[in-house]
Design a protein around this ligand. Structure first.
Ligand code: COA
Length: 257
């Protein structure tokens, strides 16, 4: 599939989605969101893909936010619709994805860009990257889950500071407060992402599917996370991965998933 605003590649079981609106610092417009949804849905069904990486093109921005040119034209109800659709098609979709998703944060991750990185399960930051939630400087608040996921990741006090000031932080600070899992030089970014991917890919995909669902359930106010974990734990027992994993352990060898 050819996209206008994305580049999609699959290499060695890893699907790479690169947001490619270089001239607009990879800002998310409606077209990009629709293409992201299509790419996510396609890669979700692809059995050759076990893990996704989302990055921005170039070395300036991961994603510099929602497209402000588009936002400026919207009424209140259109703004609410945009947020609802974006969450359903992209942000919540990634959080509940059936494979691990890593954000490779290669530059500015602002507003909707940081929300995209936070919807991913893990984040690797280049040390040149900058993160922030500048929405209130535009007379807005985050609409793609930022008021919820930022406090979950960094704690309420730090989240309030970032949200109310709109100030940017550097990658090292993002690491210190738990926003970045790994920080590395820009040159090392893809290699570090692949290192993290390899550490994940050695483990059982069927168990990871259950694991992602159980962790997400704990953040859903309608769901009892502990009950969801019990169910997900039970679901692992019937799987091939479970048979292979336990058999390999008992035979004192590494399983191959
Ligand atoms: N939406 C639409 N266009 C954007 C954008 C966004 N979120 N962020 C950057 N761009 C565009 C700029 O308008 C500019 O386009 P132009 O060349 O056609 O004028 C281009 O990307 C380059 O951006 P520019 O501002 O010239 O780069 P810079 O290096 O001086 O500054 C930023 C970089 C990221 C600090 C600055 O672009 C910025 O503050 N962007 C908006 C961030 C934001 O508020 N995001 C939250 C949105 S809800």
């Amino acid at each position: 599939m050819k996209y206008k605003t994305l580049i999609v590649n699959i290499r060695k079981r890893v699907g790479w989605i690169t947001i490619n609106r270089l001239k607009k610092l990879n800002a998310l417009n409606r077209e990009t969101l629709a293409e992201l949804h299509h790419a996510l849905a396609t890669l979700e069904e692809d059995n050759n893909v076990r893990l996704l990486v989302i990055r921005g093109s170039g070395d300036t921005a991961f994603v510099a936010g929602a497209d402000i040119g588009e936002l400026a034209e919207l009424s209140a109800s259109e703004g609410a619709d945009l947020a609802q659709q974006g969450n359903q098609q992209v942000f919540d979709y990634i959080e509940h994805y059936n494979k691990p998703v890593i954000a490779a944060v290669n530059g500015y991750a602002l507003g909707g860009g940081l929300e995209l990185a936070m919807a991913c399960h893990l984040r690797v930051f280049a040390d040149t990257a900058k993160a922030g939630m500048p929405e209130t400087s535009l007379g807005l608040i985050p609409g793609y889950g930022g008021t919820q996921r930022l406090p979950q990741l960094v704690g309420r006090g730090r989240a309030m500071e970032l949200l109310l000031t709109g100030d940017m932080i550097d990658a090292q600070r993002a690491y210190e407060i738990g926003l970045a899992n790994v920080v590395c030089s820009p040159k090392e970014l893809d290699a570090k992402v692949l290192e993290l991917a390899a550490a994940i890919l050695k483990n059982a995909p069927e168990a990871q599917l259950q694991l992602l669902a159980a962790v997400c359930a704990g953040y859903d106010s309608q769901t009892d996370g502990y009950a969801a974990e019990t169910e997900a734990f039970g679901a692992c027992f019937g799987t091939d991965n479970f048979t292979q994993g336990t058999k390999a352990f008992l035979q004192k060898r590494r399983p191959k998933f």
